[in-house]
Design a protein around this ligand. Structure first.
Ligand code: PLP
Length: 383
């Protein structure tokens, strides 16, 4: 295992842990092994470390520390937001609204609720991947409890008009959740400005460890637990906390707060260079997603007739790590639901490649990745 020879352009999948984050975590895997629910000193120390991490995560999104509930992942935060909010609602308020390009953590939670008898409306997106606020307004009914629309999409990077959609939800008496897993550390996030009631985060997308997430739940909101057991996380999430990972999450959130403005500018410059090189080298290149309302980090491109999976494997052979817009499911390659929702024909959707750039990438790496992508595309086209 090693990353020295790899040009890593898959930061939307996961980011490397920052050395400061690892350093903050280590004592909690060693001598600080206490259970934060224990009354004795080791327990109290672990509890204090968790509280301090909670403060840092709250500060990243403009929340109060009492509104942060730690989870095992972004997936669990999404499950708790969607399933927990719907379970806590009265039986007549059984309707949920989500967008077609949500992460599977949201879509599959919605599907699970449907199997339990809840009503779900999936609103479409336009060809840039944006949810039209009007479409959400039309989807809301008197029985809608929750609207869940992601802050920015993990495959194409398109940013949604969150505050506007949240205002519509609130006007119609519904709550609003946003999955901000991809935006924390890249876009400014303020829960009051975004006007949301619930917001999901994940540590490993902002240079923290895997297996740590958080759900912001606005003060006073009723959310039923989905894990049952002890009284951890103020009875909203049972299970002994992963102290080291959550301390790492806190440190990563603290670093993200100070580094975000510079990161966003540097990463956007790298993305723009990559985009320019690819467009110059391939006239048939299609950029998927919105061209201005997008994350600085993600560039998703397709070329008709070229399989994304083949491109990905060829790039991997050259030590370049990216993702393809297709997922392998039951042994066959399925085009991504996000690219299909933009209206791309399945062949173009299956050719999608996602480059996602991070704070440690360099212009030299971008140039080498662009050159490799173009030479593979030209070779595959000749065959
Ligand atoms: N939501 C979005 C938008 C994501 O991109 C991801 C991870 O890719 C998740 C949720 C799930 O987060 P986790 O990997 O922490 O379960």
């Amino acid at each position: 295992m090693g990353t020295k020879e790899i040009i890593y352009l898959d930061h939307a999948a996961t980011t490397p842990i920052e050395p400061e984050v690892l350093e903050a975590m280590l004592p909690w895997l060693q001598e600080g092994f206490g259970n934060p629910s224990s009354i004795h000193r080791l327990g109290r120390e672990a509890r204090a470390a968790l509280d301090s991490a909670r403060d840092s995560v709250a500060a990243l999104i403009g929340a109060d520390y009492s509104e942060i509930y730690f989870t095992s992942s972004g997936t669990e935060a999404d499950n708790l937001a969607i399933i927990g909010t719907m379970l806590a609602a009265p039986p007549t308020k059984n309707h949920l609204v989500v967008s077609a390009i949500e992460h599977h953590a949201v879509l599959h939670s919605a599907h699970f609720l449907e199997m339990l008898g809840y009503q779900v409306t999936v609103v479409p997106v336009n060809s840039d991947g944006q949810v039209e606020p009007q479409a959400v307004a039309e989807a809301i009914t008197d029985s809608t409890t929750l609207v869940s629309i992601m802050h920015a999409n993990n495959e194409i990077g398109t940013i949604q008009p969150i505050a506007e959609i949240a205002a519509i939800a609130h006007e119609r008496g519904a709550l609003f959740h946003t999955d901000a897993v991809q935006t924390a550390g890249l876009l400014p996030i303020h829960v009051h400005e975004l006007n949301c009631d619930l917001l999901s985060l994940s540590a490993h997308k902002l240079y923290g460890p895997k297996g740590a997430g958080a759900l912001y739940i606005r003060q006073g909101l009723k959310v039923s637990p989905i894990l049952h057991g002890g009284a951890q996380e103020r009875e909203k999430r049972a299970g002994t906390e992963n102290v080291a990972a959550l301390v790492g999450f806190g440190k990563a959130a603290e670093l993200a707060r100070t580094r975000r403005p510079k990161d966003a500018v540097t990463i956007a410059a790298l993305r723009d260079r990559l985009q320019q090189k690819l467009l110059e080298g391939c006239s048939e290149l299609r950029i998927n997603g919105h061209l201005s309302h997008r994350l600085p980090s993600i560039l998703n491109v397709s070329v008709e007739g070229i399989e994304g999976a083949t491109l990905l494997m060829n790039l991997d052979r050259l030590g370049i790590a990216v993702s393809s817009g297709a997922a392998c499911s039951s042994g066959s390659i399925e085009p991504s639901h996000v690219l299909l929702a933009l209206g791309l024909p399945p062949s173009l959707a299956a050719s999608g490649i996602r480059f996602s750039i991070g704070r440690h990438n360099t212009f030299d790496e971008i140039d080498r990745a662009a050159e490799a992508y173009l030479s593979i595309v030209h070779r595959l086209r000749r065959n």
